[in-house]
Design a protein around this ligand. Structure first.
Ligand SMILES: [Ca+2]
Length: 487
């Protein structure tokens, strides 16, 4: 029975993936290499497509980097694996793969890694370096939303202008590439060389013990049958919520339908097929129009975030001295929504848990949509680095080798083996990774629209008047950003 379900699920998810790939290919040039536009890029992508059936590593650039250092400043996070280098083998598979990858690359290309891990303001350090012209850093990894709002400071090079890297290669993330490209300019990219592209994905975990205790529908069946909708989700959340401590109010110690913090308003919004700031047909970001559909979706979100009986927001959990992860582990909430990197905080729990995509708005919605945190670390190229040849050779080999060794170690062992506990979850995850969106409003934080939107949902404020009150400020800020992209 279980095998049968898995096979059916896999087949369905593969069909959905194909549908989405073909749907995305025509619109906005986003997830398809076709979006690159010029003849050279088309030729390159055609070659890449051919290579995937033969040897994707056959055309890697090579060379002798003359014993130089590759100096990378790398943002550290508490909630994600961000490791780039390693001091030695220690039996932990990701660390060991990173160590082996780096030493082989150093031998092959004759250079040494010099990685500066930093939990502070990495971008400010690069800014100081660029302004001093000391060339202290060749590359930077930090959260995109830590840079995007000030991208017009001109500290970073447009990656589309660097012809020693081939962004069509599979080790560069193609799904987000199209979304981060504005007016054909691209200032940051995710790739296999840094694991945060996987850690920054927002997920929806469910507690299987509660599903069993309350005889709820099988969530995987609902996804397969196209019936995993917002309405079904709220029905389930209501079914399990209970004033366990009997004090007449919904507080710490009670059972909730969901525990989360307000950052999850964005993955839910995107899951329901909307966005705060979306690309228009002209490829320019614009604040969402408050039409009937948008108002309906935001009202739906407000109805459960402001429902204290079903939604335990993080401050409520913290007020009782707990945290969201132990709350989920202790079978006190049906759902926990958080980034993938946080799954390690619950993997020791006794009860089993599973993972599903964010629900659709209704059964008519074509597919489920995933969402990536705007604080997901990305690669930036400081303008002071003019060593295009060396850095290009390094990056392509770094990406290829990571894709070949570190990515499978992370994806197969840590995600699918250790953290997730059933085959269906693995298949759900494969599917979600293929359908991720970013939120431009949270990425660029134009006129504080991210905070305005969060508080609108969490505090149940009226949608049309809220958007009307910030529209001209947000559009002014977008125009200022686009002046830089258009210059
Ligand atoms: Ca209570």
């Amino acid at each position: 029975m279980k095998l049968k379900l898995s096979a059916a699920l896999l087949a369905l998810l593969m069909c959905l993936s194909l549908l989405v790939i073909s749907a995305c290919g025509g619109g906005g040039g986003s997830s398809s290499p076709d979006g690159a536009g010029d003849t050279a890029a088309d030729t390159a992508s055609a070659e890449t497509a051919a290579e995937t059936t033969t040897d994707i590593y056959a055309n890697l650039p090579t060379g002798d980097l003359g014993g130089r250092e590759m100096r990378i400043i790398n943002q550290l996070y508490t909630w994600a694996i961000t490791q780039i280098d390693s001091e030695g083998i220690d039996g932990e598979i990701i660390n060991d793969e990173i160590f082996n990858r780096n030493r082989k690359l150093e031998d092959k290309l004759n250079f040494t890694f010099k990685v500066t891990d930093d939990s502070g303001d990495v971008k400010a350090k690069v800014k100081t370096s660029v302004q001093a012209g000391d060339g202290a850093y060749d590359l930077m990894f930090t959260g995109a939303f830590r840079v995007a709002p000030s991208i017009n400071e001109g500290l970073f090079t447009d990656l589309n202008t660097i012809d020693t890297i081939n962004l069509d290669n599979v080790w560069w993330d193609q799904t987000t590439r199209g979304q981060y490209t504005l007016n054909n300019k691209l200032y940051w990219m995710h790739g296999s060389m840094q694991l945060m592209i996987y850690e920054g994905l927002w997920t929806m975990m469910f507690n299987k013990q509660i599903v069993e205790d309350f005889a709820l529908d099988n969530l995987y069946d609902l996804v397969v049958d196209g019936k995993w909708t917002y309405e079904r989700m709220t029905e389930m959340m209501k079914a399990v919520s209970e004033d366990l401590n009997g004090n007449g109010s919904h507080d710490f110690g009670d059972r909730f339908g969901i525990v989360t913090h307000t950052g999850s308003v964005f993955p839910f919004l995107h899951g329901l097929g909307e966005g705060v700031v979306k690309l228009g047909a002209d490829g320019v970001p614009a604040l969402a129009e408050t039409d009937e559909k948008f108002v309906g979706i935001t009202d739906a979100l407000k109805s459960f975030y402001s429902d204290k009986e079903i939604c335990g927001l993080e401050p409520v959990i913290k007020a009782g001295g707990g945290d969201m992860y132990s709350y989920f582990s202790n079978d006190l909430t049906l759902f926990l929504v958080e980034v993938m990197g946080r799954v390690r905080d619950i993997r020791q729990m006794d009860s089993d848990f599973g993972l599903v995509p964010y629900p659709k708005y209704d059964e008519a919605q074509e597919f489920h949509i995933g969402y990536i945190s705007p604080d997901t670390s990305a690669l930036f190229w400081p303008v002071t680095n003019t060593g295009y040849e060396d850095t290009g050779i390094f990056l392509e080999n770094f990406g290829a080798s990571s894709y070949e060794t570190v990515r499978p170690a992370y994806y197969d062992v840590t995600l699918q083996g250790k953290r997730l506990r059933d085959n269906e979850s693995e298949q759900m995850l494969d599917y979600i990774y293929g359908h991720i969106q970013c939120e431009y409003g949270f990425m660029f934080r134009w006129a504080g629209i991210d905070g305005v939107f969060k508080s609108m949902i969490a505090d149940n404020k009226e949608t049309v008047s809220t958007f009307d009150s910030v529209r001209s400020a947000v559009e002014g800020a977008i125009a200022k950003t686009m002046e830089y992209y258009d210059s």
